[in-house]
Design a protein around this ligand. Structure first.
Ligand code: CA2
Length: 170
């Protein structure tokens, strides 16, 4: 955990994450979710995912959100159940969700169902363009429950996703 409301790592109970709105009254909260292996960004495969770290992307999203009058709470996990719990914890508390589900994109129906039960906008983000890669990456079980998807634009996708959320909430 790097600061209250910004959680990196597996064993994160969203209920124990300090509200990111603390000290930011009135700012709608955006839950930023990162799926498996995204904690390794910047370390390997920079030709596919770029050289920025996950913390860099969270910082860019947080800065873009602040400019738009929003606050960001970040949870990364390598475990589907932790992400599902985070989505449940967002219900009635967060205005929107931005999610890079990692490889869960392609098969995690439990995550799909949890997102379907969330009432606000859901924006799916991918650093790479999964449609231009291996055939198994061309299926997303998240897209059917996402308001929209941003893919293939690298880290800029996180900033665009926050801009989209700000527009959707306006
Ligand atoms: O392009 C994306 O953002 C993905 O969601 C990234 C996932 C991949 O499974 C999706 O198909 C597309 C993988 C994230 C893992 O990233 C790594 C970074 C460094 C080293 C190893 C994996």
């Amino acid at each position: 955990m790097t600061e209250p409301g910004v959680a990196l790592g597996a064993a994160v109970d969203p209920a124990e994450v300090a509200p990111a709105t603390a000290g930011q009254p009135g700012r709608p909260l955006v839950l930023l979710l990162s799926g498996p292996n995204l904690n390794l960004l910047g370390d390997r495969q920079p030709e596919v995912y770029g050289s920025a770290t996950l913390e860099d992307h969270v910082a860019a999203a947080t800065e873009a959100a602040a400019s738009a009058g929003l606050a960001v709470e970040h949870v990364q996990s390598n475990h589907e159940g932790v992400l599902i719990d985070a989505v449940h914890g967002a219900r009635g508390r967060c205005a929107a969700i931005v999610i890079n589900p990692g490889a869960f994109t392609h098969y995690a129906w439990g995550l799909h169902d949890a997102l379907a039960a969330f009432d606000g906008p859901v924006v799916e983000v991918h650093l790479s363009n999964p449609d231009a890669r291996e055939p198994w990456r061309r299926t997303s079980v998240v897209s059917p429950v996402a308001t929209g998807t941003i893919a293939g634009l690298g880290g800029h996708g996180y900033v665009l996703a926050i801009a989209a959320v700000a527009r959707l909430l306006a």
